[in-house]
Write a protein that binds this ligand. Structure first.
Ligand code: UDP
Length: 238
């Protein structure tokens, strides 16, 4: 049966920017509905799904020069943005009958459970999609790092990094027409070739804990299912 999932528990990392779709800010309801549909399909197969979502479509704290707001303050603002995105995705999922829980690394009891690792695992075992909001809860980190960290904590089999590029290339495929895609690559080769997969903190966490990463194009409907059933979609780092 080719519909047999290859992974039992995954952590899906989505960027905030991907939620914008064709817009230049905020979120596109069609994108959210599409993601929700793709996620529902794999949960129906019995895959346990945890999600970390970024906040770049609403706020990015990193650049103090640009924002005029000091880094740590801006980072907390960015973390709050991820909770907004998490709530949007939660709504999209629940609309189509997927049970979800949103857990936030920054306490806000009225809208989300606090992050409790063992409770998150329990939700996953019960088939609920768990969305982790507010990144790591710490400034100076990224949601990629939150994704790696949570994936390791919940013992996910793999972290799936949904991007708008369909994998890792020898060079930026949007700039270099000769860029070639890797089907598979090792952690050390990513480093020796100075390829950009995730920021170093996030990447090193995966490497040190033997957590494979798959970079794939989440904007192509059906791709998530293909990745989860072991099709050669995207690039596997292991
Ligand atoms: N952020 C943070 N700590 C974290 C995760 C995120 O301070 O653990 C802040 C940081 O300012 C970042 C913003 O939240 O710029 C939004 O997250 P990110 O840029 O990773 O989102 P994405 O690029 O995936 O949309």
């Amino acid at each position: 049966d080719d519909m047999l999932p290859k992974y039992k528990r995954i952590l899906l990392k989505l960027s905030g920017e991907s939620l914008m779709g064709e817009n230049s800010f905020g979120m596109d309801p069609n994108v959210i509905a599409g993601y929700a549909q793709d996620i529902k399909i794999i949960t129906d197969l019995g895959v346990q799904v945890a999600i970390v979502i970024g906040g770049g479509n609403i706020y990015r704290g990193m650049n103090e020069q640009e924002t005029g707001i000091e880094r740590a303050q801006g980072d907390y603002m960015g973390m709050l943005a991820t909770v907004i995105n998490g709530m949007a995705l939660q709504s999209g999922l629940e609309k189509i009958g997927v049970y979800t829980r949103l857990q936030s690394a920054i306490k806000m009891e009225q809208v989300a459970e606090p992050y409790i690792r063992r409770r998150a695992i329990r939700h996953l075992e019960k088939g609920r999609v768990v969305i982790f909001g507010a990144g790591t809860g710490n400034p100076y980190f990224t949601t990629d790092t939150a994704g790696s960290l949570r994936a390791i904590e919940i013992k996910a089999d793999v972290i799936l990094k949904g991007t708008r590029v369909d994998g890792i290339y020898t060079a930026d495929p949007e700039k270099d027409p000769d860029a070639k895609k890797f089907e598979q690559i090792t952690f050390s080769e990513v480093i020796s070739r100075s390829l950009k997969v995730m920021d170093m903190t996030a990447f090193t966490l995966c490497q040190e804990n033997n957590l494979p990463i798959i970079v794939f194009d989440m904007n192509k409907p059906g791709n998530l299912l293909r990745v989860v059933t072991g099709d050669n979609v995207g690039t596997l780092v292991k």
